[in-house]
Design a protein around this ligand. Structure first.
Ligand code: FES
Length: 134
């Protein structure tokens, strides 16, 4: 059973959507359940000033995406890279053990979006349509 904080985050998610002309974009999927999450970031001077997500997935995936995007706004990219799924779960005051794996999507999507941002800074292109399964 989900706790009230998770249910609230699922029922009233924050930062849903996609940032146009995002500075970083990451899409990841869970190969077992087929759920997919895309995170887009607006970054200024290596600080995340906006984050949005689109998730095709379960309640835990949506609650953790919402919470993770709220947590990274205002962080430097180095701080955001250190954000773990365990920390997001802690912020939500826990998830049922069988749903912990769902929280990995947000951590990985943020890392991939930052990787995309850094690649763009170095004038490299990243294959955006490719979904990385975690
Ligand atoms: Fe797929 Fe939760 S069951 S992410």
């Amino acid at each position: 059973m989900y706790n009230q904080k998770v249910l609230d985050a699922f029922a009233n998610p924050k930062n849903v959507g996609c940032i146009e002309n995002a500075d970083g974009e990451g899409t990841v999927g869970n190969a077992t359940c087929g759920d997919i999450m895309k995170i887009t970031l607006k970054i200024e001077n290596d600080i995340i000033v906006d984050a949005k997500f689109q998730t095709f997935g379960c309640a835990a995936a949506i609650a953790t995406s919402s919470t993770a995007t709220q947590m990274v706004i205002g962080m430097t990219i180095d701080e955001a890279l250190k954000l773990t799924n365990a920390r997001v779960v802690e912020e939500l005051e826990g998830l049922p053990p069988q749903k912990i794996h769902c929280s990995v999507l947000a951590e990985e999507a943020i890392k991939k979006a930052i990787e995309d941002y850094r690649a763009k800074q170095n004038n490299k292109t990243v294959e955006k349509t490719e979904i990385e399964y975690v």
